[in-house]
Design a protein around this ligand. Structure first.
Ligand code: ASP
Ligand code: MG
Length: 326
């Protein structure tokens, strides 16, 4: 079974939804985990705080304009009405309840578009049962596994689950990737593909280091450290299911070959540099070596240096990238 996650940065416009649907349609039997439309989770959390009708209108408009252009507005109107009637709700569960609408809306729209294309697609809203730690719920089990894997396309909401009482929970910000890897493990996938707007995992944030390279492979251990030091905004638990099951995780955009993250130990020795305080954090299988340069190791595969990212990238990461090997 294939598992693919489509990131919110690839879901902004009607054209984006069509593109996602076409991509998915070309994959055969697949589970597609969907994020909220870019920016919507922030808006929903703000809506919960302010209960502002203006913001509600903006969220309505954002989704209705996409849905109308795709002729699937009937699918989202009931959800938007439900959101409106939630405006007076109170309780410890309410923040997650509001946040849940982002993925419920986007998954519902993608599912409707696929059906319009006559593709055999099922919709699964929050099939993961979690504990009730609102804001960072822990997945307990996956429901609907057999239907999901029966064939065709299964469209699944990322980020959200349900607690024992049926209330919506969230797995924490950026939790759609984690949803995808969790489901991947539960259905015995050999690989989970995270589709985003970046070509893959880069050696640095291109805004900090314009020369940053695309990594073709990295180990799961390095990916976990990359998440811990804040690279790529990975949810810290994204790679745990992969570590437990031995499956691979691929990070790519629609066109690139991407980065394959697997339980292997591939070169180069120093892979990622991020900004850490006034210095840098380096992730790589050989960070031990950097202690000779005064680095402090943070874990087996990450270390901190008092040198800013551009220099660390130039003198420590870059030398291992010969032309054409990245
Ligand atoms: N929509 C959620 C967030 O913005 C989850 C995700 O995109 O991964 O955090
Ligand atoms: Mg994300």
């Amino acid at each position: 079974m294939k598992v693919v996650k489509i990131g919110g940065s690839l879901l902004r416009t009607p054209g984006d939804f069509l593109k996602a649907a076409q991509f998915v349609a070309g994959m055969g039997d697949v589970i597609v985990v969907v994020s909220a439309v870019k920016g919507v989770t922030d808006m929903l959390i703000e809506l919960e705080r302010t209960r502002s009708y203006l913001l509600l209108e903006e969220i309505y408009h954002r989704h209705l304009s996409i849905a109308r252009a795709l002729s699937v507005e009937n699918s989202v109107v009931p959800l938007l009405k439900e959101l409106e009637s939630s405006l007076s709700a109170r309780g410890p569960w309410v923040r997650d309840h509001f946040a849940s609408f982002g993925e419920r809306l986007s998954a519902t729209m993608l599912h409707a578009v696929l059906r319009k294309m006559s593709i055999d697609a099922g919709l699964y809203i929050a099939p993961i049962v979690t504990d009730n730690t609102y804001g960072s719920a822990r997945p307990l089990r996956l429901e609907g596994r057999d239907e999901m894997t029966r064939g065709g396309v299964a469209v699944v909401t990322g980020f959200i689950g349900r607690d024992g009482e049926g209330r919506f929970t969230t797995l924490g910000r950026g939790g759609s990737d984690y949803t995808a890897t969790y489901i991947g493990r539960e259905v015995g996938a050999r690989k989970v593909t995270l589709v985003t707007d970046a070509p893959g995992v880069m050696t640095a944030d291109p805004r900090e280091v314009p020369e940053a390279y695309l990594l073709s492979m990295m180990s799961i251990y390095e990916a976990i450290e990359a998440a811990n030091v804040g690279a790529k905004n990975f949810h810290p638990k994204t790679f745990t299911p992969a570590l437990e099951s031995g499956m691979a995780v691929e990070v790519r955009n629609y066109h690139s070959r991407g980065t394959l993250i697997a339980p292997i130990h591939p070169p180069p020795p120093f892979k990622i540099v991020t900004k850490c305080g006034r210095g840098s954090c380096v992730v790589g299988l050989a960070v031990e070596e950097l202690t000779k340069l005064g680095a402090v190791t943070l874990s087996r595969y990450s270390a901190k240096l008092d040198i800013p990212p551009p220099q660390v990238h130039e003198y420590i990461v870059k030398p291992y990238f010969k032309k054409g090997t990245s």
